[in-house]
Structures are given as C-alpha cells and as structure tokens.
Design a protein around this ligand. Structure first.
Ligand code: MF3
Ligand code: CO
Ligand code: CO
Length: 295
C-alpha cells in the first residue's frame, strides 16, 4: 500500500472491482432525446462557444434541473446503498422535471449519471457496488432539456470518512471555486487550470490532466476545452461574455496518473489513491462567472 492509500482508504476497504450493471432504465416518449442517443457519434458535440440569449436561458433551466437531481443523489448516498440506486434517483428526478439524462445512450454509456467511488477518477458506471462508510462518491449529472445540456457533479462523503479523505474533498471543492473565480472575460482559458493546479499542489494534491472541462450548451461537449492544469501557451481561447462551460477538476491524493477498466469507461488512479471532483456549469457575464448549476 502506498502512503497515499493509507491516508484516505478506510481500513478494510478493498480496491474496487466492477459490479453488475443492471438493465437500462426507460424514458417516456414525451421526453425529447438528444440526437446522439444510441449512435456511434455525437454530431451535436460541436460549437459555437458563445451562446445566444435564447440558448443561455435554456442552459440555465437545464442546469437547474441537473443540480436538483445531483442534490437528490447526495441525499441518497448512504452506506448500504448501491451506486445503481443513485442512478435510479437521478433518473427519476430528471424525468419528473421533463429532462432526458444526457449520459443515457451517449457514445455507448448506458446509465443516467456517472458514479465514481474512491479511486475512480471519473465516468464510473452505476452498478451493484454497495457503498461503505468511509467511501467518497462522486455523482455526475447532466440534464438535456429544451435542446440544451446542463452539467454538474459533486463528491459526497458516505458515512464518516478518514480526515485525509475529507481534506481531499474540501480541497477539490476549493480548487474548483478558485478556478471559477479566475474565469473572467478577456483572459485565456488556460488561467483556470493554472490556478487549480497550483492550489491543489499547495495542499499536497495533483490535478488530473487528461480529462477536462468543456463548453456545454446545444452540444454536451461543444469543442471548447477547459484544462485543469497549467497548459499555457496552449488552450489560449479567450474567455468571452456569453460563453457557457464547465469547470470540473479531478483532484488526487496521490499521483494523477490513471488507467482504465476493461469496460472502456471507468477511469481509476494508477496508484489507487482516492480522487475527488466537483463540477459546475457557468455563464460568463461582463461581471465574471455566474453559476448555473444551482437549485
Ligand atoms: N458529465 C461528464 C462530464 O462532466 C461526461 C460524462 S460522459 C459519459 O463531462 F458518457 F461518461 F457519461
Ligand atoms: Co462536464
Ligand atoms: Co459532468
């Protein structure tokens, strides 16, 4: 066991193995699906990066609904509960609010949210895995409503967690908030990751480089890339009023190096140290960033 694992992993908590993925949840016909569902390609995953007032109003509502479902997921995240139960909760709240779960049928993903436990960095598939006290559960919810997406995630503490795991969660949240505050019009997007990575390092953590924030509106991932590390002079897109994008740093207790499970989705830390993530969708105004994924 590495030092990083001892710092965060509850005693007796084994390294995760894939559980059983349950049947696909149905969506009533009255709920409009994004074009990509069950296709090999998402043709809507493309620009523009700057949005019209009409699109912004719709992203605002999709984001609010995503945040509602995320809140419900957090209330359900208790020891003894499976990650598939969290998926059911998210699915139901989205449908009740007229939204389609953006991940359901996205490039082969078959669940209504991502559930990333402990050493899972992101894109965990909800399954029969039972949560235990001391676990960290990230739930990532994206809602498709009225032709646009809103995307958010949060890491929840399951029962009582190791103080070091709590610090990791708190550090990841603060890293996101500092990145958000740096997202001011006129700056290059690479300032965001510079702030995030520096802050994480100060707390003794690393920030994952290969998974990024993104423009989100009519496209789930519209081509605007927001790195969470110091990528300058690359990623020099200028932050502009009326952009809508996410900031979603994944912060690791050990090394940010990752590997993928054979399911082709689940990204885990190579050293199996714990990871925590938070995500908001925001609108850039002349005053700075405005959070949209709020209830
Ligand atoms: N919501 C994730 C993000 O923040 C993307 C999940 S895509 C999936 O960008 F296919 F893994 F669900
Ligand atoms: Co996102
Ligand atoms: Co997300």
């Amino acid at each position: 066991m590495t030092v990083e694992q001892e710092w965060t992993r509850p005693e007796g908590r084994a390294v995760l193995v894939p559980g059983t993925v349950g049947p696909r949840r149905s969506v009533p016909g009255r709920i409009t699906r994004p074009e990509y569902v069950d296709k090999d390609e998402a043709v809507s995953d493309t620009g523009p990066f700057v949005q019209s007032a009409d699109v912004i109003a719709r992203v605002r509502e999709a984001s609010r609904v995503a945040a509602l479902a995320l809140q419900a997921a957090g209330e359900a995240a208790r020891p003894g509960v499976t990650t598939d139960h969290i998926d059911a909760v998210v699915h139901d709240v989205l449908l009740e609010n007229g939204a389609y779960p953006s991940t359901l049928g996205y490039l082969g993903f078959t669940k209504s949210c991502c559930t990333s436990l402990n050493e899972v960095i992101c894109h965990g598939i909800p399954d029969s895995t039972v949560m235990q006290p001391g676990d960290l559960l990230n739930v990532d919810v994206t809602a498709f409503l009225d032709g646009v997406h809103g995307d958010c995630n949060a890491t929840f503490e399951v029962g009582e967690v190791h103080p070091r795991a709590h610090d990791l969660v708190e550090g990841a949240h603060e890293a996101m908030m500092r990145g958000i505050k740096a997202a001011r019009p006129g700056r290059q997007v690479n300032v965001i990751g510079r702030v995030i990575e520096k802050y994480a390092a100060r707390r003794g953590y690393e920030s994952v480089r290969d998974y990024t924030g993104h423009g989100v509106a009519e496209g789930f991932h519209n081509g605007l890339v927001i790195p969470h590390y110091d990528a300058a002079p690359m990623f020099d897109d200028v932050i502009t009023e009326n952009m809508t994008f996410t900031i979603e740093p994944m912060i690791t207790a050990g090394s940010q190096e990752w590997e993928m499970w054979d399911d082709g989705w689940t990204v885990v830390t190579k050293d199996r140290s714990f990871s925590a993530q938070f995500e908001h969708t925001m609108l850039i105004t002349d005053q700075g960033p405005e959070l949209l994924t709020v209830v």
